[in-house]
Design a protein around this ligand. Structure first.
Ligand code: ZN
Ligand code: ZN
Length: 895
């Protein structure tokens, strides 16, 4: 960057002003909110994982919430804008291993450093409400809530498949399994799958409500709602029982009961109780099940399966069909059993081909379908669409939908709804998380840790190959709370998504010692009004937080709050300069720290907010950064020059009054426009409006001696509109303008566009465009005088009649007595308008049109270097006036 000595002297030094204003805000408690505030605006960013350093994605995320929070605060709202730390998780354990420290010390160090970085960015948080999920003061409530959920019947032990290292004899987290070969991260032994009992929250109990209430979340992006709908995956179908060998009836679930006559085999999941029973008699089945249990769920082979030697009776046909155990049938989906129709299901088709099973068509396209029935060969490929039944006995000719309905009764089935959503397994075999408050006693089974013994605090970190909690012998062995016998603590910790499922409630009363949060305050302050974070949380975090909120309402802990986040924004990615995702390997990352040092936090914030709307991704651009930087310096220079009296202070008269009038209207319009854009989080549009205002003020100063009040109001408005995004520079400008208070607490500029502003702006733009056209077309080198003549009153009258005439414009016009006096001219003008009667805009009346042009004349004078004369219809040359229309003044240019 090249700066002349004078500019440097004039501009501000971000290294000096930014820390100074940060201290001032802090001392003035600008961002603190009192507990007794009523229903504040709750603005929240998803809290960061404590990696130790902020990246550009964080900077963007937090700039959005900070700018919005500051905007709302200046509008007089009380604002809750807290910050905390998602500080449990495996990376801290890894870091502790690498650095020969422990997860706690490492995490606390990361928090300190990230807090400093957030402060340096100028983000205004109520630090009194800071929380860290790894503190016992926080995670004791995870434990307490676990017990509450258990009391509600929402906690279960269920079997789940885990990664097992046979050499380390320990369970591994997914992140501890490395590479395509799936090797243990410590010893490189290939991992095995092992089924073990785990703790689950039965979120499926809330599946229907979680799905249905998505429809009412109007403030959420549609794609996120759709992702949640798909994740919940509601399927309406039916269940029917098949008699399987000597094993009795087995229920199946299907959404395609219409195809039941085409069932040619029957499949059981390896975990299905009947499959397990068969395995006891059948070695082949038993071997297959063992193999399937050890395989990873991800490499399901659609054709893998084994014939059991058993047959099932199809209730529709009475025929026997072979029974297979196949691992493409998932134990936990539907009933874990299904009848297979290879003619109409692609997966069944593949399996049938591999095992040489019959394929029988029972549905063909309807007459009005695009497909030609003759062209369909189900031996070649499945036909999965609905259609008309064939080979279905007395039901031939029925349409699929009707058949599905009739068959439920015909075959003794029942209507049934299934969901893809699974229960939420929360057990993690790792150290750095919330200990699950359970104790296992040989006699009593699982016993809860009594409330008075909470929190169950983590013991000292143990360096071990396995789970450190398992190795913490002293911690692990306790007396059974029920019978006093020797017992063992649960050594699994909770999924860290439990921590983030309710942290937004804790911010309302972070010091609360008797409960996770103050129910009354939380009920008043919730839901979060504006929640901002990454799209990667569309399903897990956002679904779990919704689940928790509903449960807490059912526990009477939040009164009637059933959704946690009213409005949700997912910020887009900040890409590297090359348009790729920022990454170490590409070397295209930009460090926030470096940008702050070189240009200041305001520049980084302004650049990011100007680059794109929050949801859109954009590429880092050094030119954009430079432009943001110069803009701030330029506005500041304009302000300080004015403050030093260089801009002149005399209130002008004559022509000057018109200009001041024009500028005043633009100031009001800018404030109104920017306010509307801020409300919708379209910061880039708001900032564009500010840039235009500043450019106008500069031209104003160049054109004449500005009216002091108007000019100062313009500068103050620009500073205020910049304050949410570039808060330090804005404070500096505010102080230069002589204010003792903080702009962060100043009043947002009154935001009402002047009457008819839109029409006036259009008029001025069109007129300037017309002048440019004439100058270009005629080739005028040096215009001396530009005369603008406004159309007479009667043409406005014609326009208004034409706009409201239904069809017969000329007739309507000529019925008007006053207009008839204009004779031929009125008829001609009416004909001209009749051609485009549909697209006639309302225009300013003649005297207002004249005034608007007089106000804007200075801009035309500056652009063309010519004198501008604005004339009313009476004073102008009749020939010229004859060419004028409403909103389109006649133009004469003299060289
Ligand atoms: Zn290992
Ligand atoms: Zn016991």
């Amino acid at each position: 960057m090249t700066t002349t000595g004078e500019e440097r002297e004039r501009g501000f030094d971000h290294t000096e002003i930014e820390p100074r204003w940060q201290r001032t805000w802090d001392e003035a408690d600008v961002f603190r909110i009192d507990d007794d505030e009523t229903d504040p605006e709750y603005v929240l960013a998803m809290f960061p994982y404590t990696s130790g350093s902020l990246h550009m994605g964080h900077v963007r995320n937090y700039t959005i919430t900070d700018a919005y929070a500051r905007f709302e605060r200046m509008r007089g709202e009380s604002v809750l804008h807290p910050m905390g730390w998602d500080s449990f998780g495996l990376p801290a354990e890894n870091a502790a291993e690498e650095r020969d420290t422990n997860p706690r010390d490492w995490t606390m160090q990361c928090i300190d450093s990230m807090r400093d970085q957030l402060t340096e960015m100028g983000f205004g948080y109520d630090w009194d409400r800071e929380l860290a999920t790894c503190e016992p003061e926080y995670y004791q409530w995870n434990q307490w809530l676990f017990k509450q959920l258990r009391e509600e019947g929402l906690v279960e032990r269920q079997a789940a498949e885990l990664n097992w290292c046979p050499s380390c004899e320990t369970v591994l987290a997914d992140e501890q399994v490395e590479g395509e070969d799936e090797l243990c991260w410590r010893c490189d032994t290939p991992i095995e799958a092992r089924e073990m009992d785990q703790w689950f929250f039965t979120i499926t109990d809330y599946a229907e409500e979680l799905l249905e209430s998505l429809d009412d979340l109007d403030g959420w992006p549609n794609n996120v709602r759709e992702m949640q709908r798909n994740w919940i995956g509601k399927q309406e179908g039916a269940s029917v029982a098949f008699e399987v060998g000597d094993y009795g009836e087995v229920d199946i679930f299907t959404t395609r009961l219409d195809t039941i006559h085409g069932a040619t085999f029957f499949s059981l999941a390896p975990g299905h109780p009947v499959a397990q029973e068969i395995a006891q008699q059948n070695d082949e089945v038993s071997e297959y099940i063992e193999m399937a249990e050890q395989a990873d769920e991800d490499d399901l082979d659609v054709t893998s399966g084994v014939f059991t030697g058993e047959y099932a009776i199809n209730p529709a046909t009475g025929e026997e069909i072979p029974v297979y155990v196949a691992d493409y049938v998932l134990t936990d989906v539907g009933t874990g059993a299904l009848y297979a129709v290879p003619a109409h299901d692609e997966r069944d088709h593949e399996f049938a081909e591999a095992h040489d099973i019959d394929i029988v068509q029972v549905v063909e396209p309807t007459d009005d379908a695009d497909a030609d029935p003759e062209a369909i060969d189900v031996q070649e490929a499945a036909y999965p669409e609905d259609g008309v039944l064939v080979n279905s006995g007395e039901f031939d000719g029925l349409e699929s939908a009707e058949a599905r309905d009739r068959f439920v009764e015909a075959f003794d089935g029942e209507h049934r709804t299934e969901y893809n959503l699974r229960d939420w397994g929360i057990s993690r075999q790792r150290y750095w998380g919330t200990p699950i408050p359970m104790i296992h006693c040989d006699d009593c089974g699982y016993v809860e840790v009594p409330d008075e013994d909470l929190p169950v605090e983590l013991p000292e970190f143990v360096h071990t190959t396995g789970n450190p909690l398992d190795a913490a012998d002293e911690w692990k062995h306790v007396d059974c709370p029920d019978c006093g016998a020797d017992a063992v603590r649960e050594t699994d910790t909770m999924d860290t998504f439990v921590d983030s499922s309710w942290y937004f409630l804790r911010y309302t009363s972070p010091e609360m010692e008797e409960a996770p949060f103050d129910a009354e305050r939380a009920s008043d302050w919730m839901p979060v009004d504006q929640y901002v974070g990454g799209i990667e949380h569309a399903v897990m975090h956002l679904l779990y937080a919704r689940f928790f909120t509903k449960v807490l309402d059912d526990l009477d802990m939040v009164d009637g709050v059933r959704e946690p986040f009213t409005n949700l924004t997912n910020q887009g990615m900040v890409l590297g300069e090359d348009g790729n995702k920022m990454s170490k390997s590409l070397g295209n990352g930009v460090s926030p720290q470096r940008i702050i040092e070189e240009y200041g936090a305001d520049t980084a914030r302004l650049f990011i907010m100007e680059a794109a709307q929050p949801e859109k991704e954009f590429a880092w651009s050094p030119e954009g950064v430079q432009s943001a930087h110069s803009f701030l310096q330029n506005v500041y220079t304009l302000v300080s020059a004015y403050a030093e009296g260089e801009a002149g202070t005399a209130a002008d008269t004559g022509n000057g009054a018109d200009i001041a009038d024009y500028v005043a209207r633009e100031i009001d319009a800018t404030a109104a426009n920017a306010t509307a854009e801020f409300e919708e989080l379209r910061f880039n549009h708001a900032l564009q409006a500010v840039r235009e205002l500043v450019s106008l003020l500069r031209r104003y100063q160049e054109a004449t001696t500005p009216d002091a009040d108007t000019f100062e109001r313009g500068l103050a408005t620009a500073a205020k509109l910049l304050a949410p995004v570039a808060p330090h520079a804005a404070e500096e400008m505010w102080a230069e303008l002589g204010h003792d208070d903080l702009i962060a607490e100043a009043e947002w500029p009154a935001a009402e566009a002047p009457a008819d502003y839109g029409m006036e702006r259009q008029l001025v733009e069109n007129t300037r465009e017309d002048i440019r056209d004439i100058v270009d077309t005629v080739g005028i080198e040096d215009p001396q005088t530009i005369t603008l003549a406004v159309a007479p009153e009667w043409k406005h009258r014609v326009l208004n009649l034409a706009r409201n005439a239904d069809g017969n414009v000329v007739g309507t016009v000529m019925q008007d007595e006053e207009l008839r006096e204009q004779g031929e001219a009125a008829a001609d003008f009416a004909k001209e308008l009749a051609g485009r009667a549909q697209s006639l805009d309302e225009q300013l009346p003649p005297e207002r049109e004249q005034a608007a042009l007089e106000r804007a004349a200075w801009l035309v004078e500056r652009e063309f270097g010519a004198d501008v004369v604005v004339q009313g219809p009476e004073e102008a040359d009749p020939d010229l006036v004859g060419k004028a229309g409403p909103g389109r003044p006649a133009i004469d240019i003299a060289e």
